[in-house]
Design a protein around this ligand. Sequence first.
Ligand code: FAD
Length: 567
Amino acid sequence: MIRPLKRLMLLLPTATLPVIIWLLLLSSATGTGTATAKANAMTGEVSLYNEADNVVNADTNTLLPHLRTTPKGKLVQFINIFCGDCRRFAPTFKGVARELYKWKSLLSIYAVDCAQERNVAICRDYQILHTPTLRYFPPAFSGNGLGTELPTIKPKEIIDLLAGYLAKDFNAGQLHFEPLRPDSDANATIAEHVGPGHTEEYIALVFQPKGSNIGRDTIFEMLPYPAVAVRIVDDAQVFANFGLAAHEQKLAIMDLDGNILALKSTQESSQAYAASIAEYLAQMGRTPWPPLPTTRAPKTSSVRNREKLAILATVRRESPRVYRADLEQAIDKLLHIELPKAGLIEGDNMTALRNIIAVLRYNNPLNKDGQLLLTALDDSVLSINRLTGNEFVDLVKSKEKGLGNVFKAKRDIGCISTRPFLRGFTCSLWTLFHHLTVAAARQPNTLKAGSVLSAVHGFAKYFFGCSDCAQHFLAMAERKHIELVADHDAEILWLWEAHNEVNSRVAGDTTEDPEFPKIQFPSTTACPACRHENSQWNRTEVLRYLKNIYDTKNLSFYGLPTSRGYE
Ligand SMILES: Cc1cc2nc3c(=O)[nH]c(=O)nc-3n(C[C@H](O)[C@H](O)[C@H](O)COP(=O)(O)OP(=O)(O)OC[C@H]3O[C@@H](n4cnc5c(N)ncnc54)[C@H](O)[C@@H]3O)c2cc1C
């Protein structure tokens, strides 16, 4: 576990002792104050999805009521807006959701963003360990259980799995996924389709050979047609009861007077069968309910508001610059969103938590109240061996009580994006990690070399909600022998190299903000001396450059509420 080389008290000149006593008094006042210094760590209310995609955004307050009271199957995608995999998956999921609009009488689709502070509790309750996670909940979900996880993000497989679940969960009224019984004939079948609640005027008969789902899938295709019920026949003898020969005909339609007409289909597929049935119904003047409106989602891609434009102009002008506001945002979200997501913190992940809090305690750029908060947290987690994510939230709250406002930054500055869902938290995390490696290298070296990397590694392993980021980072740590980093300068350079490796892997992909392209950092313009003439890195100059821009004294206060931010 990371511990400072010397305790903080020993590092301070005696003249500062009254200040410490004052700080300790303030710290001991915890619990008596009325003001809560909890930061607003909301990441904004933009979402990857909206109702035009046939996806309802749910949150801690609305998800459970939806799951319990909506008498349909429910597909929930748990996402993390900062996770590259979630953003890459979004167009696919939208495609699936739009396609499944025709199942809307049986299935509702939801998205829950686990990156939002208000959703931390629900994502923890549902044990969301990676994103995107897809779960199915049955129509009669009682509120107990975690739903059924769909082990795929391939559209065809998702649709097929859902069809299987729904076919089990709906087997009454107009919907019959069970094949007709051996003694079924026209009269008996019609009798099942008349009476209150039935809208069907026709019954389609689909011959479904053993091992095929063509009947089931035709039922799903025809859901938008209230005028028809589709019945599955899996036995040639039953088909014969309707006067049909399975070796010649596979599809037929019957009216409620028992008149039967064999239908031709261009192919033996559920879509082709549905097209034949739909064609017949159209001739009879029966139409489906309207498709999903193609209203465009509200356009969120352009940068409109003035404040954002002003920030962008400043960031562009000053680039590259490191902003305290981003570091604050990263720590704020770590304490209030990422770390509390853990279910149970005990053993190895407790060690990881202690390491993260320890490096933050000794090298954070926060105001005095922030220092107090992290000191109190560090002391507390040292004496706790086991706590839940919920208890961690309470612990942070209890330490914030009586303190002033620690987290004043309300938006990303250096990590501002020009498109929704890009940059933000992961950008501020990198910025924080680099800052921590540089701060740890400053005299006096309060932390052992390697402490920051060890904390970052533990964070990636046990807490990072961006699961693809975490996986890649852990693989890279193993390959690049993170454990062998022996001095502070090597620690700064290890992280710089690792970050550049990620930059080159994700450069140009959909997670890149075109205004902030992923480059091999730093650019030649920003640091001409950082490359030799043969374009190889000059590591001495890179180190000097990183130590300069990430140093506490060079951090910009821009974006904080006062000109000096903390006064
Ligand atoms: C530990 C970790 C692992 C990640 N792994 C993945 C992944 O595998 N796949 C994926 O899609 N996304 C991954 N991400 C997210 C991704 O790296 C970016 O954070 C995200 O795409 C936002 O990019 P950005 O343009 O804001 O800049 P970021 O890459 O987030 O960088 C933030 C800032 O750091 C500075 N910077 C850039 N490079 C360096 C460097 N080499 N050294 C020092 N400073 C630098 C720049 O000023 C930049 O603006 C990871 C994030 C983290 C924190």
